[in-house]
Design a protein around this ligand. Structure first.
Ligand SMILES: NC(=O)c1ccc[n+]([C@@H]2O[C@H](COP(=O)([O-])OP(=O)(O)OC[C@H]3O[C@@H](n4cnc5c(N)ncnc54)[C@H](O)[C@@H]3O)[C@@H](O)[C@H]2O)c1
Length: 387
């Protein structure tokens, strides 16, 4: 008999919607007989501070009830797992409260404002033994998982290079305020950092997953607009987030890498790309064409050698067989459903290796982000702590 996992969702913004979509889809596409065997999702409650809005959200997305105070939701005996979809400055406080109440936790990234906060979360959750997940969702796109599988099988031979970009252009206007709904990302008190924790964190998570730990970094950051009006005070205040961050680094396996992220790349909305170059093969991926994995195999005879573009929509590609028929595309939203399916699968078999990032994995990424910011501040190479 399948056991319910009664979800309490906190925050009904962008991520609240993507996760709610995954909660409603996972049982249809990853049914008992394929990935998950013993657990199913129940949309039990959603929490937001505005009663009219949270009530409307609960009705629209099929939650049985709502709360306006997250502490009440966390304390409810009819909630098994709490999903933290609030800005970064609240992740640690909510997660620690969940642990006190014995709730499983699904937390949005970045794990915390910094490594110090993250360490407290990891210590507490590991002591409790509660299942915990962080939504580094890009891992779960079929093409990205395929890249991971190819590298894990040793097909690239020795890896020399990794490079990744995450480029946007939505903060170029000096008139854009900082703080408040939608714009908390520009306020370091709420976000912890700028593009480093918001965008680079995704690139770092994927890179560590595919290519192993990063050992040391050298970074440069810039804040292009130095003052913005704060939504809360109506006054001009110093901007303390990084608008752009670029770093080079070394991986434990001896490979070198470069990463770049900015919200000032005019024309780019969410251009996340990565490339990995090995002795025998290279792989390249682009979020704007997310179903394709570009693949160069030096083993092919010279006159046929070239970049191939694998459309990862066939039944034998990761996750693709659970959806439509070969050749049809999946999108950004499916990555969340796949990560959730892995979480449910792990509840069925807690001793099996986890196929999703947990708090400790996310702490490793947090340490790289911290090192990037420290290196930019000190203009020195910085060694990365091991999680
Ligand atoms: N995995 C990804 O691809 C991805 C993408 C975007 C955002 N994120 C992360 O998700 C989190 C949320 O980002 P978002 O884009 O959904 O932000 P958002 O601004 O769209 O939504 C945040 C929600 O939290 C609510 N909230 C804030 N404080 C609250 C409180 N005290 N009690 C209850 N609700 C509260 C807000 O009202 C809002 O509904 C962040 O940590 C962000 O870094 C991850």
């Amino acid at each position: 008999m399948s056991k319910p996992v009664r979800i309490g969702l906190i925050g009904y913004g962008f991520m609240g919607r993507t996760h709610s979509n995954a909660y409603s889809q996972v049982g249809h596409f990853f049914p008992k007989d394929s990935v998950t065997t013993g657990h199913h999702i129940v949309r039990q409650a959603v929490c937001g501070r505005d009663e009219a809005k949270v009530k409307a959200f609960a009705e629209k997305w099929g939650y049985a009830s709502y709360e306006t105070d997250w502490r009440k939701l966390v304390a409810r005996p009819d909630i098994d797992a709490v999903d933290i979809c609030t800005p970064n400055d609240s992740h640690a406080e909510i997660a620690l409260e969940c642990i006190k109440h014995g709730k499983m936790i699904l937390c949005e990234k970045p794990l915390a404002l910094n490594g110090e906060q993250g360490e407290k979360m990891v210590t507490a959750v590991e002591k409790s033994g509660l299942p915990n997940l962080v939504w580094y969702n890009y891992r779960f796109l079929p093409a990205v998982t395929l890249a991971k599988n190819i590298v894990a099988a040793g097909e690239l031979g020795r890896v020399f290079h990794y490079r990744a970009n995450f480029l946007q252009d939505w903060t170029i206007s000096a008139e854009l305020p900082q703080g408040g709904a939608g714009l908390w990302r520009l306020d370091a008190a709420a976000a912890g950092s700028g593009v480093t924790g918001d965008l680079l964190a995704h690139c770092i998570d994927t890179a560590r997953w595919i290519n192993g730990d990063i050992t040391e970094v050298s970074a440069v950051t810039e804040t292009f607009i130095k003052e913005r009006t704060h939504t809360a005070t109506g006054k001009k205040q110093a901007v303390t987030i990084d608008d752009a961050a670029i770093f080079i680094c070394r991986f434990e396996n001896g490979s070198l890498a470069q990463f770049e992220s900015t919200r000032y790349a005019r024309g780019h909305k969410a251009l996340y790309t990565f490339e990995i170059n090995g002795e025998k093969k290279s792989l390249q991926w682009d979020l704007h064409d997310l179903n394709r994995l570009n693949y160069f195999d030096h083993g092919v005879p010279g006159d046929r050698r070239g970049w191939a573009s694998i459309h990862t929509s066939d039944g034998d590609h990761p996750y693709a067989g659970n959806w439509w028929v070969p050749g049809l595309c999946l999108g950004y939203e499916h990555s969340f459903t796949h990560e959730l399916a892995e979480f449910l699968k792990s509840l069925d078999d807690p001793k099996a290796p986890k196929a999703y990032p947990d708090f400790r994995h996310a702490l490793g990424t947090q340490y790289v982000c911290d090192a990037v910011l420290e290196s930019a501040r000190t203009r020195q190479w910085v060694k990365v702590k091991k999680a």
